[in-house]
Design a protein around this ligand. Structure first.
Ligand SMILES: [Zn+2]
Length: 305
């Protein structure tokens, strides 16, 4: 028995690597044919979960696209009752914006932490060969869950490759996971029944009561290895004044928020882009929007053939 009130507003963070249509790095890459197909499959995965959540009594579902340009989901393929957020916002939650009155977060289509051997494992960008914080690899599930903790939002459900699921369960107490077998190529996966299993597992997580907001308390010491070596590491880290030795960057942060901001700068921004962030974001979001138009055109011509 629990006296916790039921979750009314669910926030879904959706990525592509651990979704049902992504079988290769190419299928996660901007403007490739296999990416267009993966976008459609990712949208159907989200649709299945959204429908099941509403059926289970959830009143509101917000879906945030969190892969690359954040314009992968095709809203026309997803139940119209859900609100789909594309593109990135500056804050208060980096990338997401305002989580409003979300009661809990679910993450689907996810992947494992950089350098840990899961399917297309990475953290924030594939340019990081490894990201270790306080002695252990840091996965995006922790970054996203910790960024929502100040709003009292627990992470209750996660789906991705088996290694990603294992990492999520190890780090986030009470999270329910559902793995996807990435050894099966998307063309051979029975996506319809997998989506059913996925959405049933998501619904079951609504009645779990062990989940609490995930806090990552400081001080935090990050050791980051840049995949492409010293020159690239210098380009990424030196403009920010981060301590660096060869291809290894060191960031010490007193709080989680400071660490997350530093990682975003290292991985995605130049000081100029940071100074003009509202405009850089607008430009980036516009490119993403154009990319999604390309996906629609590609899917249409493929259907006509
Ligand atoms: Zn992704």
């Amino acid at each position: 028995m629990t006296n916790r009130r039921p979750y009314r507003h669910i926030l879904i963070l959706a990525d592509i690597e651990g979704s049902s249509g992504c079988g290769s790095y190419r299928a996660s890459s901007f403007l490739t044919r296999s990416w267009a197909t993966a976008c459609a499959a990712m949208s159907l995965d989200v649709d299945a979960v959204v429908k099941a959540l509403f059926k289970a009594g959830v009143r509101r579902v917000t879906v945030k696209d969190f892969h690359r340009t954040a314009h992968n989901l095709l809203p026309e393929m997803i139940d119209r009752r859900a609100r789909i957020l594309s593109g990135y916002r500056q804050g208060p939650v980096p990338g997401l914006g305002d989580p409003e009155d979300a009661d809990a977060v679910m993450m689907i289509g996810m992947h494992a932490a950089a350098g840990t051997g899961g399917f297309l494992a990475h953290t924030l960008t594939s340019r990081l060969a490894g990201l270790v914080v306080n002695g252990r690899p840091l996965a995006e599930v922790e970054l996203f869950a910790a960024s929502l903790a100040p709003f009292g939002i627990p992470a209750i459900f996660f789906s991705g490759c088996p290694i990603a699921c294992h990492q999520a369960r190890k780090r986030i107490k009470g999270i329910r996971t559902l793995p996807i077998d990435k050894t099966i190529a998307p063309a051979h996966l029975d996506a319809v029944s997998w989506r059913q299993t996925l959405s049933q597992a998501a619904v079951r997580s609504l009645s779990d009561n062990a989940a609490a907001p995930y806090r990552l308390d400081g001080p935090l010491q990050a050791v980051i290895n840049i995949r492409d070596g010293t020159v690239v590491a210098a380009k990424m880290a030196d403009p920010w004044g981060f301590r660096r030795s060869g291809a290894t960057v060191y960031i010490n942060a007193a709080t989680f928020h400071t660490l997350y901001e530093a990682l975003i700068r290292l991985c995605y921004l130049s000081p100029l882009a940071d100074k003009t962030l509202p405009y850089s974001l607008m430009l980036y979001n516009w490119i993403g929007w154009l990319g999604r138009q390309w996906v629609r055109r590609h899917l249409k011509t493929r259907c006509r053939r």
